[in-house]
Design a protein around this ligand. Structure first.
Ligand code: GRG
Length: 285
């Protein structure tokens, strides 16, 4: 990940500049939001936004995608805070540190998650306010819509609902649907919203959706393999309940291949995107 350090600094600067002013009453919730934003996240989704924007706009400059990339990281962070709550996964530790509600209380953790989700909209709206060209405004709104649809009830939230509600009926197929929504949807939001902003057409959007779905699934399955011991201890619903590590390695390989085939259909230089995808699915091995 070292090669992305400069990009991560730009992303982080953009994120933290939203936290400049807080009066006494808001300090606690701001602190709680910043705690989870700065506790060691890899910034996978905003890196995807930047790489996709650079590829599909055919430019090196990525200033324009930063509000969208940053919004997706804010949404990702809220989802992790809420996922750890006693009423959801009830986790004490995330990224090797106490979870948000353990440090700031359950009430503040809920509000910090809400605050981050709200901030995601504010950041994009503030950017759109400065757009002047109609075509640019349309692309910005389409991109915004894509992000919030993918993270909503028909996307990430829907995946979390499957996780919470279908525990007893869980099987391989339900688990696959859950991964598609819970994990792949937000990765898809990052890649596709950046593509839309860069001006790709509907056919290219569909190709990128397939790329992101396959990659998001492979990313989650790699996560399952890496977290095998912990998940077994907590009886977490993962694909390891239905397939062996060897079978899952094969599935990762096929998904990655299918993801990269999609990039070959696109008439852009997607080398960086493909390289980042490889580093994610091969992490820890
Ligand atoms: C509460 C609405 C709501 C949704 C929660 C994201 C999520 C849905 C739950 C978190 C637990 C989980 C297994 C999510 C799957 C996605 C995933 C692999 C998250 C971790 O993403 P990384 O690896 O995390 O990018 P870092 O820590 O690097 O930010």
């Amino acid at each position: 990940m070292e090669k992305y350090n400069e990009m991560i600094s730009s992303i982080d600067n953009y994120i933290y500049k939203n936290f400049t002013a807080a009066d006494e009453y808001q300090k606690k919730v701001y602190e709680s939001m910043k705690y989870s934003l700065s506790s060691g996240g890899k910034r996978v989704r905003p890196i995807f936004s930047v790489l996709a924007y650079r590829a599909f706009s055919r430019t090196e400059d990525y200033e324009k995608v930063l509000p969208f990339a940053c919004a997706i990281e804010l949404i990702h962070t809220y989802s992790l805070i809420h996922d750890d709550l006693p009423s959801m996964d009830n986790d004490d530790i995330r990224r090797g540190k106490p979870t948000n509600h353990k440090v700031y209380s359950e009430a503040i953790a809920i509000l910090a998650g809400d605050g981050l989700l709200n901030m995601a909209t504010e950041v994009i709206a503030r950017e759109l306010e400065n757009y002047e060209e109609l075509d640019e405004i349309k692309k910005g709104i389409k991109s915004l819509k894509y992000i919030f649809t993918s993270s909503g009830v028909h996307g990430m939230i829907g995946g979390q609902v499957i996780d919470m509600v279908y525990t007893d009926e869980m099987n391989y197929d339900i688990c696959e649907s859950m991964y598609k929504l819970k994990t792949a949807a937000l990765i898809k939001a990052a890649v596709v919203s950046a593509g839309i902003l860069a001006g790709i057409n509907d056919e290219e959007v569909a190709t990128l959706e397939e790329f992101s779905n396959c990659l998001g699934m492979a990313y989650q399955i790699r996560d399952d393999i890496l977290d095998k011991e912990k998940d077994l201890e907590n009886d977490t619903n993962t694909m390891l309940k239905y397939k062996s590590v060897e079978e899952l390695e094969k599935i990762i390989e096929n998904l990655t291949l299918r993801a990269k085939e999609q990039l070959d259909f696109l008439d852009y230089d997607t080398t960086e995107l493909s390289c980042f995808a490889d580093s994610l699915v091969n992490r820890g091995i």
